[in-house]
Design a protein. Sequence first.
Lengths: 373, 367
Amino acid sequence: MAIANLGLNTLEHLAALPPDWPGGFWWHWLVFTVIIIAFVLTLVMGLIWIERRGMGRMQARLGPNRVGPFGLLQPVADAIKVLLKEDIIPARGDKIVHWLAPVIAFFPTLMIFAVVPFGNGALLADLNVGILYVIAISSVSTVGIFMAGWGSNNKYSLLGAMRNVAAVVSYEVPLVLSIVGVVLIAGSLSMNQIVLAQNIPFILLQPLGFLIFFIGGCAEINRSPFDLFEADSELVAGFHTEYSGMKFAMFYLTEYAEALALSAIITTLFLSGWRGPILAPWLWFVIKTIAVFFVMVWTRTTLPRIRIDQLMALAWKFLFPLAVINLFITAIEVLAWPEALPWTMILVNFAIMAVLVLLWSKFFMLGWGRVAV
Amino acid sequence: MVLKTEPFMLNIGPVHPSTHGVFRMRATLDGEVIVDIEPVFGYLHRGIEKLAEERTYTGIIPLTDRLDYLASMSNNLAYVLSVEKLAKIQVPERAEYLRVIMAELQRIASHLIAVGAFLNDCGAFFTPFLYMFREREKIVDLFEMVSGQRLLYNYMRIGGLSQDIPDEFLPALDKFIQQMPGFIDEYDRLLAENELLLARAKGVGILPKEMAIDICASGPVLRASGVQWDIRKVDPYSIYDRFEFDIPIGSAGDCYDRYRVRIEEMRQSLRIIKQAMEQIPPGEIRAKVLHLVRPPIGEAYAHIEAPKGELGFYLVSDNSIAPYRCHIRAPSLINLTALREMMIGWKVQDAIIIFGSIDITMGEVDR
């Protein structure tokens, strides 16, 4: 406990320095930039380890267990290996675009963490439009991915990149709409305010919103069952087929940093972020983030991949209408019964979610209606 | 606004994660939709049919191992049946039973890989594949017990088998048969009713009944199209007329049916093995055959229901120690005939699973 509290409490004090104090802002900026980079890099390695070991367990095998205790150093070994590899640029590729793509894909992902609170007020910038910023920034990665597909001069890469663009453009709509419900209840766009507003986690008040956000998010960041931008059984490796060495490592890093970012945002928006009893806030945050990530690992080992037209149909015919309905219902609830007991609302909302999802799947022949999206 | 677009050519294979070897498809795509597809093969051609003409009849058996390397026992069986037909050799009872047991175990092992690889092509990230390899390993252990090999068994001989089974084989087989139905149910539960799999595989890559018959398709590919045709029933070889089993058939002839037919066939194979185990007599395992077989002048064609379809060996003898001609009717190659018709109009992703659902082995396609 004491040790757990030691690190970040000190940093929180530093961060809380008044901005008019000489160098106050820059001090804050520097500390949190370092924290974010360290946090993302270490946790990404942790996630890679969790995914590989977890998948090993689920697939009746062991997973990496040679390097370090329980294979914990496997990501480090992989990183070293990949750094020492030759960097190959396709002879007829667009060299500048090819070189720039991993950078453009990676940095927006890092920038998302600027508004993710690790504790009360412990974040780089408490923007009053925090969640809007996340949505805006996270889409920039797509440009990097499309550049990778284009610059590689490889048809597989291009197909993967095209799929990615199509999917991101479609999934952005239900994704944003599902967040609006949260924003309505919290009454703020600031990530920190949203966490502070969650006396009960919003996953209970916004079950449908959570569902849509989770599915849409998985589709955006290319996680199974929507991993068809780098579908290894179809497109070899999709947009990063032609990448090797450090540039490939950047894409690999991006992939997991995006998964981490999505888990962190879901934690913040729906799972009451850093709030929790007994443990230090940042520890709660990390635990919840890893829990969300674990669900993604779980779906990855379980589900087959969806087809591109079904992916689009799912976004526009299923998630989009449900997101709109969810938004309306939430708005009415917030407007008409602002003082209603949360537990009644939880029951009502879960009932609404169940009815809507089942009816809609029947309507569009998903699930209940037995397929054909 | 009308965009000017044009189809482009995409080379799928020969080195590609889902081409099950070194198959190559030259696909012409309109966006993601397949306009035309041209299969190219021959990357694994080893000239087995020609090699066979320069070897003794017994010496060809190891070559047959290398045809469909996932079902070596079945290949051995088809070949030795054909030589026995040519040389009119009677096989001892015990050898016949063991042959049936091996062939059916091999069918299960081959179908496990077929189904696992198909689901892997669908994008279920290696989970079903590895689950199925777990049980295939047990079958391979059984084969290792009898033949000493784990992939290319070279177990059958003209007139019987190379050696009798060891004492521990039957108890081990019995244990396997006790466990396996539970595992098959597990595979079924894994994904059989999964929405995504249904969405991906149902109605995709339909091979109509008439076309399936026209192209001489055989095996699960034909049966999934609704044709009740199994050489074990329609032209019983070895001692298959003594066993009771059903022929599972599909109705639509789509990828999903092919997958279901294979799962059902595994259950039927277990039934056959169980009956064979109960009836197996003691006795010789090989007829008295000279090492250098010299069949009389003539020709013979023997076919069996291999895991992938009708596998036949056509041998012509000129009374020497080597066949004058050895032709192999490889089910993998013939089942691929309708590939183009099955794929046109579908998307790249569908093409991969259609190809996976046909279940081919390049060793057999190229020979």
